[in-house]
Design a protein around this ligand. Sequence first.
Ligand code: G3P
Ligand code: MG
Length: 250
Amino acid sequence: MRSLPFALPSVIAHRGASAVAPENTLAAFRRAADEGAAWIECDVKLTADGRPVVIHDDTLERTTDGGGPVAGAPLDTIGALDAGGWFDAAFRGEPVPTLEETLDLLAELGLGANIEIKPCKGRERETAEVVAALVAAQARDVPVLFSSFSHESLAAARDTAPAVPRGLLVWELPGDWQKLAETLDVVAIHADHATLKPDQVAAVHAAGYRVLAYTVNDEATARALVETGVNAIITDAPGRIRAALGGEAG
Ligand code: G3P
Ligand code: MG
Protein backbone atom coordinates (compact mmCIF):
# COMPACT_ATOMS: atom_id res chain seq x y z
CA MET A 1 0.00 0.00 0.00
CA ARG A 2 1.33 3.45 -0.89
CA SER A 3 2.52 5.25 2.21
CA LEU A 4 0.54 8.03 3.83
CA PRO A 5 1.76 10.75 6.22
CA PHE A 6 -1.25 10.05 8.49
CA ALA A 7 -3.61 7.28 9.52
CA LEU A 8 -6.68 7.21 7.31
CA PRO A 9 -9.81 6.76 9.45
CA SER A 10 -12.40 4.20 8.40
CA VAL A 11 -15.30 6.68 8.57
CA ILE A 12 -15.33 10.13 6.92
CA ALA A 13 -18.21 12.58 7.38
CA HIS A 14 -19.52 13.50 3.93
CA ARG A 15 -19.88 17.31 3.68
CA GLY A 16 -19.68 17.11 7.50
CA ALA A 17 -22.46 15.38 9.44
CA SER A 18 -24.77 16.38 6.61
CA ALA A 19 -27.66 14.18 7.75
CA VAL A 20 -28.19 16.45 10.77
CA ALA A 21 -26.66 19.80 9.76
CA PRO A 22 -26.42 21.86 6.56
CA GLU A 23 -23.78 20.31 4.30
CA ASN A 24 -20.37 21.93 3.93
CA THR A 25 -20.81 24.34 6.85
CA LEU A 26 -18.77 24.77 10.01
CA ALA A 27 -21.85 23.58 11.93
CA ALA A 28 -21.77 20.31 9.97
CA PHE A 29 -18.06 19.86 10.70
CA ARG A 30 -18.64 20.49 14.43
CA ARG A 31 -21.46 17.95 14.44
CA ALA A 32 -19.16 15.43 12.74
CA ALA A 33 -16.67 15.87 15.59
CA ASP A 34 -19.52 15.52 18.13
CA GLU A 35 -20.43 12.20 16.48
CA GLY A 36 -16.86 10.98 16.89
CA ALA A 37 -15.71 11.30 13.27
CA ALA A 38 -11.97 11.81 12.88
CA TRP A 39 -12.25 13.30 9.37
CA ILE A 40 -14.69 15.22 7.23
CA GLU A 41 -15.07 15.44 3.46
CA CYS A 42 -15.80 18.84 1.91
CA ASP A 43 -16.16 20.28 -1.59
CA VAL A 44 -14.14 23.31 -2.66
CA LYS A 45 -14.50 25.66 -5.63
CA LEU A 46 -13.47 29.23 -6.42
CA THR A 47 -15.45 32.46 -6.16
CA ALA A 48 -15.34 35.06 -8.95
CA ASP A 49 -12.36 36.67 -7.22
CA GLY A 50 -10.49 33.37 -6.96
CA ARG A 51 -11.07 32.56 -3.28
CA PRO A 52 -11.63 28.93 -2.28
CA VAL A 53 -15.02 28.35 -0.64
CA VAL A 54 -16.65 25.19 0.67
CA ILE A 55 -19.77 24.45 -1.36
CA HIS A 56 -20.93 21.55 -3.49
CA ASP A 57 -23.02 22.94 -6.35
CA ASP A 58 -21.88 25.18 -9.20
CA THR A 59 -24.79 27.47 -8.33
CA LEU A 60 -25.92 29.04 -5.07
CA GLU A 61 -29.66 28.27 -5.14
CA ARG A 62 -29.91 24.89 -3.43
CA THR A 63 -27.80 25.48 -0.34
CA THR A 64 -27.93 29.26 0.19
CA ASP A 65 -30.41 32.13 0.05
CA GLY A 66 -28.48 33.53 -2.94
CA GLY A 67 -28.59 32.67 -6.61
CA GLY A 68 -26.47 32.34 -9.72
CA PRO A 69 -23.11 30.69 -10.30
CA VAL A 70 -20.54 30.46 -7.50
CA ALA A 71 -17.91 31.45 -10.08
CA GLY A 72 -19.90 34.61 -10.84
CA ALA A 73 -19.95 36.10 -7.33
CA PRO A 74 -17.07 37.50 -5.25
CA LEU A 75 -16.29 36.27 -1.74
CA ASP A 76 -17.85 39.40 -0.20
CA THR A 77 -21.20 38.39 -1.69
CA ILE A 78 -20.97 34.64 -1.06
CA GLY A 79 -19.66 35.12 2.47
CA ALA A 80 -22.75 37.17 3.38
CA LEU A 81 -25.24 34.47 2.32
CA ASP A 82 -27.20 32.16 4.60
CA ALA A 83 -26.15 28.55 3.96
CA GLY A 84 -28.07 27.08 6.90
CA GLY A 85 -31.70 28.20 6.75
CA TRP A 86 -32.57 25.97 3.76
CA PHE A 87 -31.79 22.95 5.97
CA ASP A 88 -33.48 24.02 9.19
CA ALA A 89 -34.38 27.36 10.78
CA ALA A 90 -32.10 26.44 13.71
CA PHE A 91 -29.10 26.88 11.36
CA ARG A 92 -30.17 30.22 9.88
CA GLY A 93 -27.20 32.55 9.44
CA GLU A 94 -24.65 29.74 9.02
CA PRO A 95 -22.28 31.04 6.32
CA VAL A 96 -20.56 29.41 3.35
CA PRO A 97 -17.11 28.88 4.88
CA THR A 98 -13.86 29.68 3.16
CA LEU A 99 -11.29 26.91 2.98
CA GLU A 100 -9.11 28.88 5.43
CA GLU A 101 -11.94 29.09 7.98
CA THR A 102 -12.58 25.39 7.54
CA LEU A 103 -8.94 24.47 8.13
CA ASP A 104 -8.87 26.71 11.22
CA LEU A 105 -11.88 24.90 12.67
CA LEU A 106 -10.53 21.45 11.78
CA ALA A 107 -7.25 22.30 13.53
CA GLU A 108 -9.20 23.41 16.60
CA LEU A 109 -11.30 20.21 16.57
CA GLY A 110 -8.35 17.94 15.74
CA LEU A 111 -10.02 16.64 12.56
CA GLY A 112 -8.52 15.70 9.21
CA ALA A 113 -10.03 16.42 5.81
CA ASN A 114 -10.70 14.78 2.50
CA ILE A 115 -10.79 17.97 0.45
CA GLU A 116 -12.61 17.35 -2.80
CA ILE A 117 -11.44 19.80 -5.46
CA LYS A 118 -14.67 20.43 -7.33
CA PRO A 119 -13.90 23.08 -9.94
CA CYS A 120 -16.45 25.03 -11.90
CA LYS A 121 -16.06 24.29 -15.61
CA GLY A 122 -12.96 25.87 -17.14
CA ARG A 123 -11.31 26.48 -13.74
CA GLU A 124 -9.95 22.96 -13.17
CA ARG A 125 -6.29 23.85 -13.00
CA GLU A 126 -6.70 27.22 -11.29
CA THR A 127 -8.90 25.76 -8.54
CA ALA A 128 -6.48 22.97 -7.75
CA GLU A 129 -3.49 25.33 -7.75
CA VAL A 130 -5.15 27.71 -5.28
CA VAL A 131 -6.38 24.91 -2.99
CA ALA A 132 -3.13 22.94 -3.10
CA ALA A 133 -0.96 26.01 -2.46
CA LEU A 134 -3.10 26.97 0.52
CA VAL A 135 -3.04 23.48 2.02
CA ALA A 136 0.69 23.02 1.43
CA ALA A 137 1.41 26.32 3.17
CA GLN A 138 -0.82 25.68 6.19
CA ALA A 139 0.93 25.87 9.53
CA ARG A 140 -1.98 24.10 11.19
CA ASP A 141 -0.94 20.56 10.24
CA VAL A 142 -4.47 19.36 9.48
CA PRO A 143 -4.08 15.97 7.74
CA VAL A 144 -5.39 16.35 4.18
CA LEU A 145 -6.19 13.94 1.38
CA PHE A 146 -7.23 15.64 -1.86
CA SER A 147 -9.66 14.05 -4.26
CA SER A 148 -11.28 15.09 -7.52
CA PHE A 149 -13.27 13.76 -10.45
CA SER A 150 -11.19 16.16 -12.58
CA HIS A 151 -7.96 14.66 -13.89
CA GLU A 152 -6.74 18.15 -14.71
CA SER A 153 -7.29 19.23 -11.11
CA LEU A 154 -5.50 16.17 -9.74
CA ALA A 155 -2.54 16.81 -12.05
CA ALA A 156 -2.40 20.44 -10.94
CA ALA A 157 -2.60 19.44 -7.25
CA ARG A 158 0.21 16.92 -7.84
CA ASP A 159 2.37 19.59 -9.48
CA THR A 160 1.61 22.30 -6.89
CA ALA A 161 1.71 20.27 -3.67
CA PRO A 162 3.23 16.85 -4.42
CA ALA A 163 3.50 15.95 -0.73
CA VAL A 164 -0.25 16.21 -0.12
CA PRO A 165 -1.70 12.82 -1.10
CA ARG A 166 -4.45 12.50 -3.69
CA GLY A 167 -7.31 10.13 -4.44
CA LEU A 168 -8.94 9.56 -7.83
CA LEU A 169 -12.70 10.07 -7.57
CA VAL A 170 -14.80 7.97 -9.90
CA TRP A 171 -18.43 7.06 -10.21
CA GLU A 172 -17.48 3.65 -11.54
CA LEU A 173 -13.99 2.18 -11.81
CA PRO A 174 -12.88 2.94 -15.39
CA GLY A 175 -11.02 0.41 -17.53
CA ASP A 176 -7.87 2.54 -17.47
CA TRP A 177 -7.94 3.21 -13.71
CA GLN A 178 -4.46 1.85 -13.10
CA LYS A 179 -2.87 4.05 -15.77
CA LEU A 180 -4.74 7.07 -14.40
CA ALA A 181 -3.72 6.25 -10.83
CA GLU A 182 -0.08 5.98 -11.88
CA THR A 183 -0.08 9.14 -13.98
CA LEU A 184 -1.86 11.22 -11.36
CA ASP A 185 0.23 9.59 -8.64
CA VAL A 186 -2.68 8.95 -6.30
CA VAL A 187 -2.80 6.82 -3.15
CA ALA A 188 -6.46 5.84 -3.37
CA ILE A 189 -9.51 5.32 -5.52
CA HIS A 190 -12.77 6.86 -4.23
CA ALA A 191 -15.71 5.11 -5.87
CA ASP A 192 -19.49 5.21 -5.65
CA HIS A 193 -20.30 2.29 -3.37
CA ALA A 194 -23.21 1.21 -5.59
CA THR A 195 -20.83 0.41 -8.47
CA LEU A 196 -18.05 -1.18 -6.45
CA LYS A 197 -17.55 -4.95 -6.78
CA PRO A 198 -15.43 -7.07 -4.38
CA ASP A 199 -13.08 -8.13 -7.22
CA GLN A 200 -12.47 -4.48 -8.04
CA VAL A 201 -11.58 -3.73 -4.41
CA ALA A 202 -9.16 -6.67 -4.50
CA ALA A 203 -7.59 -5.50 -7.79
CA VAL A 204 -7.11 -1.95 -6.53
CA HIS A 205 -5.55 -3.27 -3.31
CA ALA A 206 -3.29 -5.63 -5.23
CA ALA A 207 -1.95 -2.64 -7.16
CA GLY A 208 -1.18 -0.87 -3.86
CA TYR A 209 -4.01 1.66 -3.63
CA ARG A 210 -6.62 2.21 -0.93
CA VAL A 211 -10.34 2.14 -1.67
CA LEU A 212 -12.78 4.70 -0.28
CA ALA A 213 -16.52 4.26 -0.89
CA TYR A 214 -19.10 7.09 -1.03
CA THR A 215 -21.85 7.86 0.03
CA VAL A 216 -22.89 5.06 2.38
CA ASN A 217 -25.69 5.77 4.86
CA ASP A 218 -26.93 2.23 5.42
CA GLU A 219 -25.33 0.23 8.24
CA ALA A 220 -25.49 -3.21 6.58
CA THR A 221 -24.02 -1.81 3.35
CA ALA A 222 -21.17 -0.19 5.27
CA ARG A 223 -20.40 -3.45 7.06
CA ALA A 224 -20.45 -5.41 3.79
CA LEU A 225 -18.10 -2.93 2.12
CA VAL A 226 -15.64 -3.08 5.01
CA GLU A 227 -15.77 -6.87 4.79
CA THR A 228 -14.71 -6.69 1.14
CA GLY A 229 -11.71 -4.65 2.30
CA VAL A 230 -12.87 -1.06 1.64
CA ASN A 231 -10.56 1.16 3.68
CA ALA A 232 -12.90 4.05 4.42
CA ILE A 233 -16.60 4.80 4.25
CA ILE A 234 -17.72 8.32 3.35
CA THR A 235 -21.10 8.92 4.98
CA ASP A 236 -23.62 11.64 5.84
CA ALA A 237 -24.20 9.92 9.21
CA PRO A 238 -20.79 9.29 10.76
CA GLY A 239 -22.10 8.50 14.28
CA ARG A 240 -24.51 5.83 13.08
CA ILE A 241 -22.01 4.26 10.67
CA ARG A 242 -19.24 4.29 13.29
CA ALA A 243 -21.56 2.47 15.67
CA ALA A 244 -22.44 -0.07 12.97
CA LEU A 245 -18.76 -0.74 12.36
CA GLY A 246 -18.15 -1.41 16.01
CA GLY A 247 -17.57 2.05 17.41
CA GLU A 248 -13.81 1.77 16.93
CA ALA A 249 -13.94 3.20 13.42
CA GLY A 250 -12.62 6.72 12.85
O1 G3P B 1 -15.99 12.58 -2.23
C1 G3P B 1 -17.08 11.75 -2.32
C2 G3P B 1 -18.30 12.49 -2.78
O2 G3P B 1 -18.38 13.70 -2.12
C3 G3P B 1 -18.32 12.71 -4.27
O3 G3P B 1 -19.53 13.17 -4.76
O4 G3P B 1 -21.15 14.85 -5.44
O5 G3P B 1 -21.07 14.15 -3.06
O6 G3P B 1 -19.27 15.57 -4.03
P1 G3P B 1 -20.28 14.50 -4.30
MG1 MG C 1 -17.80 15.70 -2.45
